[in-house]
Design a protein around this ligand. Structure first.
Ligand code: PGA
Length: 260
């Protein structure tokens, strides 16, 4: 794992966007794995800016989102379909036939999940996967106790996650209980993973995921087994890391050719 600690969320978002842009420039038909939530919003804003200022070309890019709520209409403002439309899809030059999110209205969820996995495989696999982390350590919507080898499937949210996301729905009781999420095995197949986390509220989950044991009770800890996982966090999210000074030193002394 490479742990990169930036002084603030802006610097972290700029770096994440630069890393995604580098993948697209190197491989114009890249496959991006996308996350929702508060954490990646500014990264998407920076990508929109790169489109506008540098002409970053998304026309051959394919995207797969991590998850979606079951039973929520894609037009519902709290759906991840609506989120992606609002923050990114409507603002860049994507080929609209190649942006995939799990279908929360599916009437055959196991089939929908199998097809999602097939589609990722057919696209050649995910080149770079953006990830957030739940305050309970979840990755995607893989809640604690998720199989470390899981694939796309239905999951039940914990009360803590429903509380964390209550603001988007106007109350905890309105947050759906079920979601479709890529599994931890699906996420681990991505060639590069970037886990982002900001703020004091994420510090414990980040410390457990980075420095604790690999355990299904902290699903994000599975990234310790990933060959190319980057943990990109701000000072506050790093505040419980025992080896924060070491990670800072390593990053600051990376040879120039290895930077970013
Ligand atoms: P957040 O959610 O970005 O809104 O904090 C992250 C997550 O639940 O994975």
């Amino acid at each position: 794992m490479e742990v990169i600690i930036k002084p603030d969320t802006h610097a972290a978002a700029r770096l994440a966007a630069r890393k995604i842009a580098a993948v697209i420039r190197e491989k114009p038909g890249a496959v991006l794995g996308l996350a929702t939530g508060r954490t990646p919003v500014e990264t998407y804003e920076r990508l929109v800016e790169l489109r506008r200022t540098e002409g970053l070309d998304f026309s051959r890019v394919t995207t797969f989102n991590l998850d979606e709520y079951v039973g929520l209409d894609p037009k519902h403002p709290a759906s991840y379909h609506a989120y992606m439309e609002g923050v990114l899809f409507s603002k860049i030059n994507l080929d609209r036939g190649r942006n995939y999110l799990p279908d929360g209205l599916s009437t055959d969820v196991p089939k929908t999940c199998r097809e999602y996995e097939d589609r990722i495989r057919a696209a050649g696999g995910i080149d770079i996967q953006i990830l957030g982390i739940g305050s309970d350590g979840h990755l995607g919507f893989n809640e604690p106790s998720s199989s470390l080898a899981s694939r796309t499937r239905i999951k039940t949210l914990t009360d803590r996650t429903r509380k964390d996301n209550a603001a988007f729905f106007g109350g905890e009781d309105k947050v759906p209980r079920h979601v479709i999420t890529m599994g931890l095995g699906t996420i681990m197949d991505a060639r590069v993973c970037i886990l982002m986390a900001f703020g004091r509220k994420k510090a414990t989950a980040v410390a457990q995921a980075v420095e604790g044991p690999v355990t299904a009770m902290v699903p994000a800890s599975i990234l310790q087994m990933h060959p190319a996982a980057i943990v990109l966090i701000d000072d506050e999210a790093a505040s419980e890391l025992k080896r924060a000074d070491y990670y800072r030193w390593v990053y600051d002394h990376k040879p120039a050719w290895q930077k970013d």
